[in-house]
Design a protein around this ligand. Structure first.
Ligand code: SF4
Length: 478
């Protein structure tokens, strides 16, 4: 999974029906895309009940921090965000929820000024707890943390989880049954649970009706989605049949769970993006074994080679963990070489960090933190070069870009189906528009382009596409 640190600062909704003195609510998210999608669902629920959603760090009656515990650094950032909310105003009620509070409830409850603690399975109780929250005296936090347990019921959530104007995350799965030795997430989120197919499809249709053209399928271990005899590929195929849905993106999928059928669906279905995020973690089979990952490096290589064979333009990302216990100089060299050689287009490099409660903390061969930092830096340089080389391959081509937002420099930024970041100059409001763009040059891994008229579909040519100085091949892709 990729990790982000974002504020939710969407458009304000007039307060009308809030049942308590709390009217203005701000949200802050740490961690993965799944966390982000849950924050979006909460914000949508509050907005629908008439609360005003304001940017984090602006005056609010309630500040909500959706925390993360994937690394020691994530814990520290979660505590920092809680303190920032508390320090901002004594009048602001502060609620913290999610993986950090689930795993460290006592530590979180000891943070001065915190009013409410919710576990990973209690996030959607927030809105109903507000009257009780307001009645409580300061200094006595209300705590609702349900043990993650073993039941496989997908927790109820508000049906629409999107407040963004362009891209909606559709949460279809939660929890994980794997036991990777470095990972605390199964303890924080519990066993794998799948959302029923009918619910997934109903939300996908609703999102399309609301104008969303791109949906990102999201889960902790997404490829583990199941319903009776159905598996993830059945879900992907069913979602791709939703009328009017222009793009589906798979957020991240374990390499052992991606199948030939998954790849064939990407090849055959025009609305499934040529983009895969396949966590690698390491290239040494000894280290992969110590991590209890469920594939060898050769397995991984076979999957990505097959993906590129079927989908020559596919973007393949990977998470990579450096400095795991037992990683020697030879393992590191092999990893660096593998990252340079693989056909992947980008990598997220993480330094191993000890997490209390994980098996890896008991392994011999701890790598000096300074060495971890140095090795991570070497891999980040390789990662940047891979990203740039992938982007440069598309200079001179035309691609459909789904525009999201305006950058600080006044350009519009968006993504191609194969995850190329594209910037164009335009004075129009381009948000949520799918437009053909001539890709002119690469800079720092992004592409600068020029808007064209007309529309493109995968495998179709663009009539009359021409731009002085740009060489435009006749075939273009979404
Ligand atoms: S697959 Fe492994 S790394 Fe991913 S959530 Fe499950 S245990 Fe953690």
């Amino acid at each position: 999974m990729g990790y982000v640190n974002t504020d939710l600062n969407e458009g304000a909704v007039p307060a009308e029906t809030g049942a308590t003195g709390i009217r203005r609510v701000s949200f802050h998210t740490l961690g993965c895309k799944l966390n982000r999608s849950e924050t979006d669902a909460l914000a949508a629920q509050f907005a629908a009940r008439g609360y005003q959603i304001v940017p984090f760090r602006q005056p609010a009656d309630l500040a909500v921090i959706n925390t993360c515990t994937v690394t020691g650094e994530a814990d520290a950032k979660s505590r920092q965000a809680i303190r920032q909310a508390v320090d901002q105003s004594r009048a602001t009620r502060v609620a913290a929820m999610g993986c950090y509070t689930q795993m460290h409830p006592q530590e979180a409850a000891g943070l001065e000024g915190i009013d409410l603690l919710l576990g990973t399975r209690n996030k959607f109780e927030l809105i109903d707890l507000l009257p009780e929250l307001e009645r409580r005296p300061a200094g006595a936090p209300l705590v609702r943390i349900t043990p993650t347990g073993e039941d496989r019921v997908f927790d109820e959530a508000p049906s629409i989880s999107a407040t963004d104007r362009t891209r909606a995350a559709l949460k279809v799965q939660d929890g994980c049954d794997y036991a990777c030795t470095y990972c605390i997430i199964p303890a924080a989120r519990g066993v794998s649970r799948s959302r029923p197919l009918a619910d997934c499809l109903a939300e996908a249709r609703e999102l399309v009706q609301r104008g969303y053209r791109e949906i990102v399928l999201t889960g902790v271990n997404l490829g583990a989605w199941t319903a009776g005899n159905l598996v993830f590929d059945d879900l992907l195929e069913a979602v791709s049949n939703v009328a009017g849905l222009r793009r589906i993106r798979i957020s991240s999928i374990e390499p052992n769970l991606i199948t030939e059928r998954t790849l064939q669906l990407l090849a055959d279905r025009e609305n499934i993006c040529h983009h895969l995020h396949l966590p690698l973690q390491h290239a040494s089979d000894r280290i992969l074994g110590a991590m209890r990952r469920r594939y060898s490096f050769a397995d991984y290589r076979r999957k990505v080679d097959r993906a590129v064979e079927l989908l020559p333009d596919v973007a393949i990302g990977a998470d990579v963990m450096v400095g795991f216990p037992g990683e020697n100089a030879e393992d590191f060299e092999a990893l660096a070489q593998a990252l340079a050689d693989l056909p992947n287009s980008y990598y997220h490099i993480f330094r191993y960090s000890e997490r209390a409660g994980t098996l890896a903390t008991a392994l011999a061969g701890s790598v000096d933190p300074r060495v971890r930092r140095e090795r991570a830096q070497v891999l980040r340089e390789i990662a940047l070069e891979k990203q740039r080389a992938f982007a440069r391959r598309f200079v001179g081509q035309t691609r459909t870009v789904y525009f999201e937002s305006r950058t600080g420099e006044g350009r519009w930024s968006g993504l191609t189906g194969n995850y190329l970041r594209v910037l164009v100059s335009s004075s129009d409001d381009m948000a949520a528009q799918l437009r053909p763009v001539a890709l002119l040059r690469e800079s720092g891994g992004s592409l600068h382009g020029a808007l064209l008229q007309g529309t493109l579909s995968r495998g179709a040519s663009l009539p009359g596409a021409s731009l002085p100085g740009a060489s435009l091949p006749g075939t273009v892709a979404a």
